[in-house]
Design a protein around this ligand. Sequence first.
Ligand code: GLN
Length: 547
Amino acid sequence: MRTKFIFITGGVLSSLGKGLAAASIGALLEARGLRISMQKLDPYINVDPGTMNPFQHGEVFVTDDGAETDLDLGHYERYTQAKLGQRHNYTSGRIYYSVITKERRGDYLGGTVQVIPHITDEIKQAVLQLDNEADIVIVEIGGTVGDIEGLPFLEAIRQLRADLGKENTLYIHVTYVPYIQAAGELKTKPTQHSVRELRAIGIQPDILLCRTQIDLSPEIRSKIGLFCNVEVNRVIAAIDVKCIYEVPLRFHKEGLDERIVECLNMWTRAPVLTHWEDLISKVRDPQYRLRIAMVGKYVNLRESYKSLNEALFHGGVANNSEVEIDFINSEKTRGEDLLNRLAKADGILVPGGFGRRGIPGMLEAITYARENKVPFFGICLGMQLAVIEFARNVAGLPLADSTEFDSNTPDPVIYLMKEWYDYRSKKVEKRDSNTQKGGTMRLGAYPCQLVTDSKAYLAYGLEQISERHRHRYEFNNSYRKVLENAGARFTGLSPNGELVEIMEIPEHPWFLGCQFHPEFKSRPLNPHPLFVAFIHAALERKLKYEA
Ligand code: GLN
């Protein structure tokens, strides 16, 4: 059987949850026993989202192979078994970059290089390299139909139907059916317009996924079907849900997976959805409620910590707990105000981040967690700050800092390591302050060896783990002894012992900082051990407190 491609486009407006819809379709098809892979094509010009501001763009999702990708790849990996990387996320910028490089090299033999066919061919190649990777490849086109920048992508997927055949391609259009309060009815016009736009480009959608607040009546469904030239049972309602992990189940109830395999002329078993159903019943009926304070810089925008929010949720479900996250902006909330907020939390987390802003507030939060024995989880920047806090306030190095914040600190406990052995490139890597932003980070999955009598080992139950990184600075080994003598422990190291990956304070109930980003590997059906352990510690504290 050859690989079939599902193309997902979006209409009317952005933020319709196209990524979640794509991921949920992936989950449903996997539940039918199919092997799936996923890809995101983003029309913006940045070559990758690595350099984009998290305030604007949301999280940068890092894959095992070190690609800095769109946050939708996070959804894809959370909902499916697909292993994603560099090949699964392309932007216009990356496509153009490659075409222009070829042009400079003379590959086009003096021909005029044009959007059609050169750019569109490049896009098609990016899609078709996934041929044979799975039974079905789901390709989501970012942006909204009607955007100028999206046109080459739409043209490319239009051509792919002609190239691959009708039974091997499927167009799903995600659209919006607003409920107009004053009229008391659902309006189909925006959907009609958006489909008309798509058809003008030459794409007739096979299935419509209609985002809506209330269910679509049979009349509305047939009206949409008629005006959009889509069979009425292929007009699928995507009703707002409380929990995003309900989406696959809702889609199944609407018959979406059945329609998809029918359109693609495939035979599969009925989907096995028990694990998703069990998850949702656990989510609906939590035994406990917990509050985690997340103290950081980008906390105003939830999208910036997408995977982190999800990982906390997964850890909560594993502990029968609903986790409420109190996002605290460490630039604005300081001193008394901060302490009052922290006093209401069962656990404190300092997430990743870059730059100097907001650092003092994060350090205050860490001091509070350490002194008051509140479970603490520091991730990447959070781990680096835990090291700084400990060095300053416990190990007697009051001026300890990271060279990221103070290049002249007398005690650079966190710094740019000049040379280290890189397990990914299998070469000695070099860093100095002149190395550029963007390309010089430690990115992707690295092995880490755990010390067996540690909280980390207790959580994982494994001696060697692999976790994803995205940072430039590292722990400075010349301070290992001083900090150990003061009571810190380095319980996770690179296999050659060179890089500190985890720091703990053994005498604290649960105080752990990790240089990597565990949140990228947490799944609803397979929650990350460190998040499970952190939430467990928070729950224990709460129960002890209440007793
Ligand atoms: N700014 C720090 C570094 O570059 C931490 C990065 C992060 O938290 N992802 O090392």
